[in-house]
Design a protein around this ligand. Structure first.
Ligand code: NAP
Length: 269
């Protein structure tokens, strides 16, 4: 049987690299993309040494508005048909809305919202033709909680990715594509390079260990959920409890709790 193909954005580190390892172990071929090509090549070598995976590495900066179209064109020129898309690339933008330049905010929206939505749009048509598709949008528990000061757009783009995933999943079902599913994966604190990149490592090191998950169970939860056709998944019992609390607590109390917690690790400089 022809091996299926998964395109993973942000595959050079953390959760994205773990998606590559798990999809390869499941017998899929991979396209890995991120900016750091050397890291992608090293991961490709590691995965090839363990699996019969065919890997393609394409370096792209998703902050470039032309990148999603270029990526999809590069795949088409190689005759590669994408069966699964993992929209994972992302980062946190520290500081307040006041202190951050519009250029940085716009790039953030491009990488974390516009690029995943555009890649989904461009790749869904092929999935519909082949009547099979899996789309995992790596959102966040932050998308459930109230917005708070600092890292201003993070919660709002992640909430947007949750709603977008629910809508795409519902549309595929309504249109009769019974084997095309879209899932928002909503991790809480997960070990990766995320907190080094956004400069909150020192503060987040103070968070208790029980709040943290390894990337392996986070990724496994995402793959299982999308195969079941579940529109949203929150991995791990602690994160699930927190997601439930955001729904059942009175809104002012929920907001006050998020404010108190997030001020411990969100940067306001
Ligand atoms: N770790 C957590 O606690 C946590 C919690 C909830 C949600 N998440 C979400 O999980 C996803 C993965 O993050 P992670 O924790 O694995 O962080 P990470 O280890 O820092 O990995 C982030 C990935 O995104 C890529 N990326 C960043 N900017 C990019 C750009 N402009 N163009 C292309 N690729 C770019 C990075 O690659 P290059 O630098 O090589 O481009 C890297 O591969 C993100 O969407 C994040 O919001 C993380």
């Amino acid at each position: 049987m022809k091996r299926r193909l998964c395109l993973i954005t942000g595959a050079s580190a953390g959760i994205g690299a773990e998606f590559a390892r798990q999809y390869a172990a499941l017998g899929w071929n991979l396209v890995l993309t991120a900016r750091r090509e050397d890291r992608l090549q090293a991961l490709a070598d590691e995965v090839r040494a363990r699996n019969k995976t065919e890997l393609t590495v394409i370096a792209e900066d998703l902050a470039d508005p032309a990148a999603p179209a270029r990526l999809v064109a590069a795949l088409a020129s190689k005759g590669l048909e994408v069966d699964a898309l993992v929209n994972n690339a992302g980062y946190g933008l520290p500081g307040t809305f006041f202190s951050t330049s519009w250029e940085d905010q716009a790039a953030f929206l491009q990488v974390l919202y516009t690029a995943p939505v555009e890649l989904t749009h461009r790749l869904l048509a092929g999935m519909a033709t082949r009547k099979f598709g899996r789309i995992i949008n790596v959102a966040s528990l932050a998308g459930y909680a109230a917005g708070s000061a600092g890292h201003t757009l993070y919660a709002s783009v992640k909430a947007g990715m949750i709603k977008f995933s629910e809508s795409i999943n519902a549309e595929c079902e309504a249109l009769g594509y019974t084997d095309i599913h879209c899932t928002a994966l909503c991790p809480g604190f997960t070990y990766s390079e995320f907190h080094d990149v956004n400069g909150t490592r020192e503060a987040t090191k103070q968070m208790p260990a029980w709040l943290w998950m390894e990337s392996a169970p986070v990724v496994a939860a995402g793959i299982e959920a999308v195969n079941r056709g579940q529109p949203v998944v929150v991995p791990g019992p602690v994160n699930k409890t927190m997601a439930t609390l955001t729904r059942i607590l009175p809104e002012p109390l929920g907001r006050a709790m998020v404010r108190a917690q997030s001020s411990r690790y969100r940067r306001m400089d």
